[in-house]
Write a protein that binds this ligand. Sequence first.
Ligand SMILES: [Zn+2]
Length: 307
Amino acid sequence: MRIVYVGEELFRYGFPPPHPLTSRRYLPFIRAVEALSNKEGVVFRRPPRRGEEVLLRFHSREYVETVREASERGYGLLDRGDTPAYKGVFEVALESVYATLDGVLSTLDGGVAVNIAGGWHHAFPDRASGFCIFNDIGVAIESIRDRVDRVMYIDIDAHHGDGVYYPYEADPQVYIFDVHQDPATLFPGTGFEWERGKGEAEGTKINVVLPPGCGGGPLRRAVDKCVSWMDEVSPDYVILQAGMDGVEGDPLTQLDYPLGDYLYAVERILGYAVDRGIGIAMLGGGGYQPELFGTVWAGILVRLYTV
Ligand SMILES: [Zn+2]
């Protein structure tokens, strides 16, 4: 089963201009969805609404209420600087959680789920951060942990996925492979290679740090290492945060991956999961060249018909 999540509310995830995360980024993808909607092989699905209490699997009630109040008020900041509130932001962020959650639950026994308006890896249980409001990844992990032994979270976004890493740092059930730009040079300033999990979870996390301007070779090597590690771990489910803000030209980061190397990373991980019948959820994450973001995901969508 290949499921791709769509819908007006889902594709509103973003912030008013001049914010770098704009809902314009989804437009080329939406056009591709319209062009392909009659073709068999991929199911386009609006996220089923499972009730906002699913947020409490990962987030504190106080924080959920804080976001709700800011959303009703329609202005202000959800974090210390770069995640602004607007009217309806609560529902928009919740919709993204619904999409990832349904995707993971629907492909637990195999298949591919895609939520390009998901992967909000900086949101913590009690706070927003870095354009991320509700952590769809955390809610999904909490929702499947009693049904799987080992979840593999792979994060190729240019930023460290701190909102996933730290809540699961001491959790041996959640394996994390995160390749990102050197934290000394980029938000959120965490994710060093010596951070490998804590206590009984030591060794279940791998951070790979790449220097600014490194280009695509180091990304390919990191992904090859990730795939070998997956052979050892033998995960029951894979969540890929496929943020493309490491691709050259991105205004917020400096990794300068050629597009072909980014696509190699996505295809390698997707192919690995599909070949072994392991379910995988692919999440859009970052990417701040709006036209490129939507166009690249439209290309990945077309690929889903052939994997
Ligand atoms: Zn990012």
